[in-house]
Design a protein around this ligand. Structure first.
Ligand code: FES
Ligand SMILES: [Fe+2]
Length: 410
């Protein structure tokens, strides 16, 4: 069996029904061959989160981001439109920008100063016409476009022009979360952490609360196992909710004021969503914590954490902010420790994959099947967005049995 994971043979344990399914072959976490295929098949074709939408709010701001094997620049034009381009000059291919910058009205290549408008059009070619080339038309040499879109505070890129639009990828998630009005939330704090583990281990760990009692004894006082429910509609995501968001013993997550205007479900719940492939959202009534996963090698991931506050929270005291952030980073540190240990075990032991626990690890099964689809399909134009539960008030309040029965048909 090839370790590249591009044939169905690799995914036999994933394609089995949940109560017969296994985790992934260790090669999915450790092999250079699998990683290269994943960069191409998944990150090269999916809607990937590349940052925060507020980072590119101003016209002339330009972000530089890695998407799969490509470098991409993202700008907002003076017409307000967000656009993305491959970070390569159309003259001799030079990298246009090394890092985030302000470009005013023109993107200039540093080599021979060809210039491009914020819409990607080639507008300057110094001295090129000293000896004119008859067939040369600047309109044929604009920057090569990359698809860019946003939802709420998230900025997305997609290298493939065959993949369905972002709204199809997200499914019912924008409607489910409409009450938070995430477009208006602001960045309060950012932090990057280098993790010695494959990006999928970090996502899988986020998706299951099986480990809660043993890895997070303090968190378990706030976010109790019995208060977890599925929060999973149709869309490329795996979601759970805790209702109520905080238990009786500690209230570390609730020291900041809640966002204005939340409904009776959102104001008492924590929404934990792994949006496929690379972002983990923790949406609480009073703050949002976003983890963006940027894989750098099979065993290394950069975790970019961004902490958002709602527009109705004008100012917060340092003490309140510190206690909320400290709680998050303590919990996150516990997760980092165990996923790095997972990586070491998979690398050094390379044992065959074990069974998934049906009560707790149904989201992993869903995640693995999305991964299998992206890795094996010749084009993501034929990708099926998985089904899920309806968004009934009962399921959003978590008043149903815990967990909902695993009825999603994969
Ligand atoms: S390579 Fe960009 S102007 Fe020559
Ligand atoms: Fe955890």
């Amino acid at each position: 069996m090839s370790a590249a994971g591009t044939t169905e043979e690799f995914w036999a344990g994933t394609r089995a029904p949940l109560n017969e399914a296994t985790g992934l072959d260790p090669a999915a976490y450790t092999s250079d061959e699998f990683f290269a295929a994943e960069q191409r098949q998944l990150f090269g074709r999916a809607w990937v989160v590349v940052g925060s939408a507020p980072d590119v709010a101003a016209p002339g701001r330009m972000l530089v981001r890695q998407v799969g094997e490509r470098s991409v620049v993202i700008t907002r034009g003076t017409d307000g439109v967000l656009r993305g381009f491959l970070n390569s000059c159309r003259h001799r291919g030079t990298e246009l920008a090394e890092s985030d910058c302000d470009v005013a009205g023109t993107i200039r290549c540093p080599y021979h100063r060809w210039g491009y408008g914020l819409d990607g059009a080639l507008v300057a070619t110094p001295f090129f016409d000293d000896i004119p080339r008859e067939e040369f038309d600047p309109a044929d040499h604009g920057l090569i476009p990359v698809r860019i879109d946003t939802w709420g505070v998230l900025l997305f890129a997609c290298l493939s022009h065959e993949t369905a639009p972002l709204r199809d990828w997200l499914g019912d998630l924008p409607a489910r979360m409409a009450g938070y009005e995430l477009d208006g939330w602001r960045v309060q704090e950012t932090r990057s952490i280098e993790i010695e583990a494959n990006w999928k281990l970090i996502s899988e760990n986020f998706q299951e609360y099986y480990h809660l009692t043993w890895i997070h004894p303090e968190l378990a006082k706030v976010s109790r196992v019995k208060d977890h429910y599925r929060y999973q509609g149709a869309g490329m995501y795996c979601g759970q909710t805790t209702t109520p968001v905080s238990g009786d013993e500690r209230d570390d997550w609730l020291v900041l004021p809640a966002a204005a205007g939340l409904d009776e479900s959102d104001e008492v719940s924590g929404r934990f969503v792994a949006l496929f492939p690379n972002v983990l959202l923790s949406v609480l009534p009073n703050h949002v914590f976003v983890i963006q996963l940027d894989p750098t090698s099979p065993g290394q991931t950069t975790e970019r954490c961004t902490f958002f506050l709602p527009p109705s929270t004008a100012a917060v005291s340092d003490d309140d902010m510190t206690s909320t952030l400290t709680f998050w980073f303590d919990v996150n540190g516990e997760d980092v420790g165990i996923v790095e240990r997972g990586q070491r075990g998979l690398t050094r032991g390379a044992v065959p994959p074990g069974p998934l626990a049906p009560r707790f690890e149904e989201p992993l099964h869903r995640f693995h099947n999305m991964l299998a689809d992206c890795m094996t399909l010749p084009t993501l134009a034929s990708l099926s967005v998985p089904a899920g539960d309806d968004g009934s008030p009962e399921s959003r309040l978590g008043t149903d049995i815990n967990p909902h029965p695993p009825t999603i048909d994969l």
